[in-house]
Design a protein around this ligand. Structure first.
Ligand code: ADP
Ligand code: ZN
Length: 729
């Protein structure tokens, strides 16, 4: 007889806890059900992970479960397995990981009763002659299917309360939502695919009933999205559902609009812009098969979807797919595992695939498909490198750039400038002693902002008034150092007074609608200048832009992160993809003091794949991913010494003889300060491990985690492990 319940909770601990069933006679909660338990002095939501009839602890030491919250498991079995796999692969405490799979409301113990109700017509021709209002409602209901939910009710301008009299008379009854089989239901006809698109479509759709990882590399505007839409249509025609992941909520809206334009099928969007309640609702609907197409950001990969037939990951190279805090999973990689388990195809799309994915396609693990031409007849852009060593530069704008901009604007075109630094200047420096103003909590430069005027730490959000004298030497010679988008905007307004300048960054788009307003003006097509951060480079179409400018390529070239060149190359290609999207040819301009840098020359002369080839050679020579696997232990502490001593101890454990098999080819670096050595008063120290074998590295990390958990200091300090890190601390 099973009398013990093994339960995980979101406690940050790797432990499984044992409880007794509730004292009443109710059936044992099944594996995957939520239970409420008392834990320490609080009550927590836990998940049952196992039943057993043996327990090492004396029964009188065990507590009973307080309440069973679900009568059936919340996650379908494949997703439960996927969650367990991800917890294990990313070596994250199972309780935290599994609860992370659920919408926030359910993690908090909210009940899983459907928020949206469904009704069924019971009577066929009721006698309602004496109740004209009810008769009218009854008439209206005839236009709906026999089973209808609140959304359909709303579509005929009725609400649940209007149905009350009919419900009381038993003419209609509450019921479960209908399980429908998807079928393609087109609102508009698909475009005629060009030969390249057709070839890709044919190859992928031919293999629609088995796992394969397809990598679609298509230049911006080559019609990748059209291929997605037609593959989704194919999937729906097979009676299956499709899941599309995008990196950002901004891109969700654009794709959502295109999906809605094409399909009449029910579509569910899951992203961070939803309230917890809306998210729960969408999750529940998806779980019941009420959505045929599910579109979402990172965490949508864990959405339950019955009869899933296709996964698409758009902009697969984007860092946003990696969760950088807490449960540090990579949604693209989890998506591949999900597709593998379900034996269905997965399509990764990008103009600039990650080096990992390109390498996987070289090794034939992924099937590579290419779209090399712009669909719809737009012409492709060219490059020009602006060598900053040979000319005057004013607030980040070179003489050459200024001349080009004058020409383009006078010809009636638009110009776009990309600078990944908001604010006026990245630091405020004393001209007398050279010191910059630093954040008291992070030790890094405070960014100078003019609108509103203040110093702002972009790492911990600390704000302070602008200092007019130096706190070290008291001289009153403070000067902004370097340029952010505000400063460029100011300079552009000075140089081009006749043209509007639109600044698009997090500061100018904070208010709802302000981005939409600016985009509307830009789309009217009058000559103007756009200056913005990465936000600009992603997804937006600017058909009137003929010149796209990378204002400062060098900040990435000298970054310590080994992925910086890859990110720069992707940013250059994405930004230049904004130019010349309609019939106007576009040019991308790159301002740099490093005009001969191989990253820049290979990219501009031979294209992204040549750059990627070169960069992969570097990575291979230095045994960096994808030629080795990486893991990063990070300890954060108020005392730097405490963080160091814990990681030094950990590093010493690596030489334990029982780990010899796993540590032979190991490289380890540290303990050393993280890229961001201090943030919000916490010192950040890391230990970086690299190994050519994933299995050995996994084994080693598992053992080290186990050791760390035993160490008394690990309870006092914050520590984490990042498997396949995308950022080095
Ligand atoms: P991507 O996703 O690769 O950036 P899109 O699918 O957005 O490309 O296509 C770019 C533009 O080309 C869009 O305006 C789209 O409507 C158009 N387009 C795509 N495929 C075709 C096609 N086969 N025929 C005509 N126009 C197309
Ligand atoms: Zn700070």
């Amino acid at each position: 007889m099973n009398t013990y319940l093994h339960i995980v909770i979101a406690s940050g601990l790797r432990q499984v806890f044992t409880y007794l069933p509730a004292s009443d006679q109710s059936p044992l909660p099944a594996i995957g059900c939520r239970v409420l338990v008392s834990f320490g002095r609080s009550q927590r939501v836990g998940l049952v992970v196992a039943h057993s009839d043996v327990c090492d602890l004396p029964t009188d030491k065990l507590k009973a479960v307080l309440e069973t919250l679900d009568s059936t498991p919340l996650l379908p079995d494949p997703l439960w397995q996927l969650g367990n796999w991800a917890a294990n692969y990313y070596q994250h405490p199972t309780g935290d990981a599994l609860l992370h799979l659920l919408p926030v409301r359910l993690r908090q113990g909210h009940n899983n009763q459907l928020i949206s109700r469904y009704w069924q017509r019971v009577d066929t021709s009721p006698e309602l002659g004496r109740a004209p209002k009810q008769a009218q409602i009854w008439q209206q209901l005839q236009t709906l299917p026999e089973i209808f939910g609140e959304h359909l009710l709303a579509s005929i301008n009725l609400a649940a309360k209007d149905l009350k009299p009919l419900l009381e008379k038993g003419l209609i009854g509450l019921t479960q939502p209908p399980q429908l089989t998807p079928a393609a239901n087109l609102q508009t006809q698909p475009l005629q695919l060009n030969d390249e698109q057709q070839a890709v479509y044919n190859r992928i759709s031919k293999q629609s009933h088995q796992f394969a990882c397809h990598l679609l590399q298509g230049i911006t505007g080559s019609g990748k999205t059209e291929v997605y839409l037609q593959l989704i249509e194919h999937c729906l025609k097979q009676g299956q559902r499709a899941l599309i992941l995008v990196p950002e909520i901004g891109l969700t809206h654009q794709l959502l609009a295109r999906l809605q334009q094409r399909f009449n099928n029910p579509l569910l969007a899951l992203h961070s812009g939803l309230t917890d309640q809306q998210r729960l609702h969408a999750w529940q609907q998806s779980r019941l098969g009420q959505g045929d197409i599910i579109l979402g950001t990172r965490s949508a990969i864990f959405t339950p979807i019955p009869n899933l037939g296709l996964i698409i990951v758009d902009e697969e190279h984007d860092q946003a797919f990696k969760q950088q805090e807490g449960f540090r999973y990579h949604a693209r990689d989890v998506a591949i595992k999900r597709a593998y388990d379900a034996n269905i195809p997965i399509l990764l799309g990008s103009a600039t695939p990650s080096l990992e994915s390109l390498d996987n396609s070289r090794r034939q693990r992924y099937q590579l498909h290419k779209l090399n031409h712009r669909a719809g007849g737009a012409s492709q852009q060219s490059y020009e490198i602006i060598d900053l060593r040979q000319q005057p530069v004013t607030a980040g704008i070179s003489e050459r750039l200024s001349k080009i901009m004058h020409q383009q604007l006078q010809a009636g075109h638009q110009v776009l400038l990309m600078l990944n630094r908001r604010g006026f200047a990245p630091s405020l420096q004393c001209q007398a002693c050279g010191q910059t103003v630093t954040c008291p909590a992070c030790d890094t430069s405070m960014t100078l902002h003019k609108f509103p005027a203040r110093l702002h730490c972009h790492h911990c959000d600390h704000r302070q008034a602008i200092s007019y004298s130096c706190s070290y030497c008291q001289a009153s010679q403070m000067r902004p150092l370097g340029s952010g988008t505000e400063r460029i905007e100011e300079e552009l307004q000075r140089q081009f007074p006749a043209y509007p300048v639109h600044r698009i960054d997090r500061d100018t788009t904070r208010n709802k609608g302000s981005l939409t307003g600016m985009l509307e003006q830009i789309h009217q097509g009058q000559p103007c200048i756009l200056i913005g951060t990465q936000m600009l480079a992603k997804g937006h179409h600017f058909p009137h832009v003929t010149a796209a400018v990378i204002v400062d390529a060098d900040s990435s070239l000298f970054c310590s992160d080994f992925r910086a060149p890859e990110r720069l190359a992707q940013l250059i290609i994405q930004t230049s993809g904004r130019a010349g999207r309609a019939s106007l040819p576009g040019t991308a301009y790159i301002q740099t003091y490093q005009a001969e840098h191989p990253v820049i020359t290979s990219l501009t002369q031979q294209g992204y794949n040549a750059f990627a080839e070169l960069e992969l050679q570097h990575r291979q020579a230095s045994l960096l991913p994808p030629f080795a696997y990486m893991a990063l232990f990070l300890v954060q502490a108020r005392q730097e010494q405490a963080a160091y001593s814990l990681l030094t101890w950990l590093q010493q454990q690596i030489s334990q003889p029982e780990l010899a098999a796993s540590t032979q080819a190991l490289q380890h670096f540290g303990p050393m300060p993280a890229t961001m050595p201090k943030r919000a008063n916490q010192f950040r120290v890391q230990l970086q491990l690299q190994h050519p074998s994933r299995t050995h590295l996994q084994h080693l990390c598992r053992h080290l985690c186990w050791l760390l958990e035993q160490h008394p200091d690990s309870k006092k300090l914050r520590w984490s492990l990042d498997i396949d890190p995308q950022e080095l601390g």
